[in-house]
Design a protein around this ligand. Structure first.
Ligand SMILES: [Fe+2]
Length: 424
């Protein structure tokens, strides 16, 4: 067959993309499996609060995604169990009904072994499919399924941390070297950004979620950003200054939350110690404070005479920067102290709360069909977080990435970076 040079290049690109998608599928699925290696079978089933899903459910749900959106209805594919559609559908109303999220921990069946075998069944069908030439639309859905699974990898880590943290034995998920007593961090310094018109959002080249689009213009007033995350030592000074007992520092809803829930410190603080995925250990002054809610981040910022950044300010700060930092692959499984006095920790370590409500960008349109339920319908009562964490896969994050959680959530690796209004 004759091919003009352009088509030949395109054909080669398509062939290599096919191989890389197949390879990526195997890599992502294997990473999920590897994250389970330290667990005992009993760990897979526990649900410690309504927001936490059992590990077993994550394993099945990420598999259900490929079965439902890629394999279902294809000739030759037979589902393992029709009832899984209801059990492992998270929130897709267009697909069907869902088992209630707060009750996922009641599912002792299917067993962990049966869920592993469900994964193997779907993997075999997917590997067979990925060996063929696929329409671009289907490749896009598979790519989405892989990014979806990476999101769940992070949730598996934060959820198992919550499960193990609820246990007085403070079990170790995986040992990690204890942080060396870090160099004393000096007072935090701020980097100034001049006012101006900037472009925010994804330009459409390469994978992205629909909530990152369209790219649009934003005018930013002059501002400055702290060059590192807030440390445990700094946050301890807020606690010691009665930070949790002074209503003037808190948003009204935050103050109600503190009193209602009896909150007096970040999640996982245990006296002078800290519960981590590597077990309980002494808290280091200079490591970032983590597992704080939006309410806590906001109150701390007010106490410190600053504010939380806006999402577009952080996007400008990360724009064009290499995605490097303390991610899941470092296996530290905890934020680390800043290594330099320069702008640091923008990527990795901990998600940074922004004061930006999670809403649609101008001109946003959700994807068509059931997959349109992925992001758009959650644009209410949540705040945007940026930058990824020590539990995020490095290949999953980018400067336009928008994570989002309600203001009281703090079981994610959420941290604080201060910002200030500045004069031009
Ligand atoms: Fe999901």
């Amino acid at each position: 067959m004759w091919l003009d040079p352009t088509s030949a290049v395109e054909a080669r690109t398509r062939a290599s993309a096919k191989h890389s998608l197949a390879r990526r599928f195997r890599d992502v699925r294997k990473t999920t499996q590897r994250l389970c290696a330290p667990l005992a079978v009993e760990d897979y089933v526990v649900q410690s609060m309504p927001d936490v899903s059992p590990t077993k459910w994550h394993l099945a749900h990420t598999t259900w995604f490929f079965e439902t959106f890629v394999l279902a209805g294809r000739s030759g594919y037979r589902p393992v169990n029709e009832a899984y559609e209801h059990l492992f559908n998270s929130y897709y109303n267009a697909v069907g009904t869902q088992f209630p999220r707060p009750r996922r921990g009641l599912l002792s069946r299917p067993t962990v072994d049966e869920v592993w075998s469900y994964r193997r069944h779907v993997d075999a069908a997917m590997n067979e499919l990925l060996a063929q030439s696929l329409p671009r639309e289907l490749e896009t859905v598979i790519e989405l399924g892989l990014h979806h699974e990476q999101q769940h990898q992070e949730l598996m880590l934060t959820d198992i941390k919550h499960v193990l943290g609820a246990n007085p034995l403070a079990p170790v998920y995986a040992s990690a070297p204890a942080p060396v007593a870090s160099r004393a961090a000096g007072p935090v310094s701020f980097q100034h950004y001049a006012p101006g018109l900037t472009q925010c959002g994804h330009d459409g080249e390469g994978f992205h979620f629909d909530n990152e689009t369209p790219r649009h213009r934003v005018f930013l007033e002059p501002f400055s950003l702290a060059r590192r995350l807030v440390t445990c030592g700094e946050y301890q000074a807020f606690v010691a200054d009665d930070g949790y007992r002074r209503p003037e520092l808190w948003l009204s809803e935050g103050w109600d939350w503190v009193r209602r829930e009896g909150i007096a410190a970040p999640l996982y603080w245990r006296g002078e110690e800290l519960f981590t995925l590597a077990g309980q250990r002494a808290r280091q002054r200079d490591e970032p404070v983590v597992h704080v809610s939006y309410f806590e981040a906001d109150a701390y910022a007010r106490w410190a005479g600053a504010r939380l950044p806006r999402e577009h300010e952080l996007e400008l700060a990360t724009s064009g920067q290499a995605v490097e930092g303390n991610f899941m692959e470092s296996e530290a499984m905890h934020p680390r102290a800043a290594a330099t006095d320069g702008m640091s920790q923008l990527y990795g370590d901990g998600w940074e709360w922004t004061q930006s409500p999670y809403t649609a960008y101008p001109g946003y349109a959700p994807a068509a069909g059931a997959l349109g339920e992925y992001n758009g319908k959650f644009m209410c009562n949540q705040f945007v977080l940026r930058g990824g964490s020590c539990a995020t896969a490095v290949g999953h994050i980018r400067d336009t990435y928008r994570n989002f959680f309600p203001a009281a959530a703090r079981w994610q690796f959420s941290c604080i970076r201060l910002a200030k209004d500045a004069s031009s």
